[in-house]
Design a protein around this ligand. Structure first.
Ligand SMILES: *Cc1c(COP(=O)(O)O)cnc(C)c1O
Length: 369
């Protein structure tokens, strides 16, 4: 039997690849390769889709975080509260702008940052809360907005895993003061290489980001501010415009696959399945399951030719690179438990029914042994 990888690019919906190739061809023929019409059109279309004021295309998700932090005025001497259970890019972006990352425990059920936990870490130096919509589920934004407004601090969304995810009829990335998106190829909305965007409804944030990503230029060779080069590539924008038209279909398929797992894996061994909080529309960027026997289950599935992944195996505060944050084992018991029990099952648009049934059968067989 063919091995099933954890993730694979498939032509879903059928014909998407041909549409992408067509769009690339047109962008090549257009002969405007930097900040051209494709970037402008994608920025408009993505902002409209989200119901946000503006999207500013940048080089990748990490840069989107850095630029958004700077645009919100976060810098040296400031503290930023962020969840300890996230991809490493989130904390690196905070360090890049010279601010101090203040790590917070995730919620026990959704694994997301909540206002209740974030509140414990607020000090007079706190400049922003960085809410990561982990695995495709939006954080409880109403409470986080209430907290940030009452404390007069900024609320930034890391929406890199949550394209199309909803919270009370609003889309992830349209709720906070600003948001950062990644279009890394495997994300729910993915380019054919690196790409990202800063999203905001605040004109000043938008204006800063537009200039900052392009050497601070307001027009050619007029630099109003110091800046960097982090532009969304014209060819990637052409790809993203096509994929954006199919984002709802891609997410619907992810949700359908997730519901099959949720149905079929109920009451299996000690498995903890993902929980969706009230008011949240989960888009299952990652389908996370938890078991005390995580390592054994992963090895067993590997023997059966089924690939899995772990998001994330070492909690951030225990990573060798971050010992200077002066944390130790035991500081974040929930995050530490997540690191030792989490396993991500294959879930991607185009996964076949037979493949998914094989995963279900093997997971059940493991616990039935
Ligand atoms: C992917 C990701 C990023 C970084 O995106 P890149 O485009 O790879 O730089 C940031 N935060 C989270 C939560 C992510 O999943």
């Amino acid at each position: 039997m063919q091995p099933l990888p954890y993730f694979q690019f498939r032509d879903f919906p059928a014909g998407l690849e041909a549409q992408v190739q067509q769009a690339l061809q047109e962008a090549v023929t257009g002969r405007q390769y930097v900040l051209g019409p494709q970037v402008q059109a994608f920025e408009r279309e993505f902002a409209t889709y989200l119901g946000a004021g503006a999207a500013v295309g940048v080089g990748n998700g990490y840069d989107a975080l850095v630029i958004a932090l700077r645009a919100l005025g976060v810098g040296a001497g400031d503290e930023v509260v962020l969840p300890v259970h996230t991809f490493i890019a989130t904390v690196n972006a905070v360090l890049q702008v010279g601010a101090k990352p203040v790590l917070a425990e995730p919620d026990k059920y959704t694994y997301n940052l909540t206002a209740e936990t974030a509140a414990r870490y607020i000090t007079p130096k706190t400049k922003a809360i960085l809410a990561v919509h982990l695995y495709g589920q939006v954080c409880p934004m109403e409470e986080l907005q209430g907290l940030s407004q009452s404390q007069n601090i900024k609320l930034l969304e890391d929406a890199a895993q949550a394209h199309g995810a909803t919270y009370k009829n609003q889309l992830a990335g349209s709720i906070g003061d600003a948001a950062a998106f990644s279009f890394y190829p495997t994300k729910n909305l993915g380019a054919l290489g690196d790409a990202g965007a800063v999203v905001t409804s605040d004109n000043a944030v938008e204006a800063f980001a537009r200039k900052y990503r392009n050497y601070g230029e307001s027009q050619k060779y007029t630099s109003e501010q110091v800046g960097i080069n982090s532009r969304l590539d014209e060819l990637q924008a052409a790809v993203l415009r096509v994929k954006l038209q199919h984002l709802e279909a891609l997410n619907t398929e992810r949700k359908r696959l997730a519901h099959v797992y949720l149905q079929e894996l109920q009451n299996t061994g000690d498995l903890i399945l993902p929980q969706t909080a009230p008011h949240c529309g989960h888009v299952y960027h990652i389908f996370n399951i938890r078991t005390r026997y995580r390592n054994e289950l992963q090895a067993y599935l590997q023997e059966q030719g089924i690939g899995t992944a772990i998001h994330y195996p070492i909690p951030m505060h225990l990573q060798p690179a971050y010992t200077f944050l002066s944390h130790r084992a035991g500081d974040f018991p929930i995050a530490e438990k997540l690191a030792s029990t989490s396993l991500s099952l294959p879930l991607f648009p185009g996964l076949t029914e037979a493949e998914q049934q094989r995963v279900v059968e093997k997971v059940k067989a493991f616990f039935g042994r």
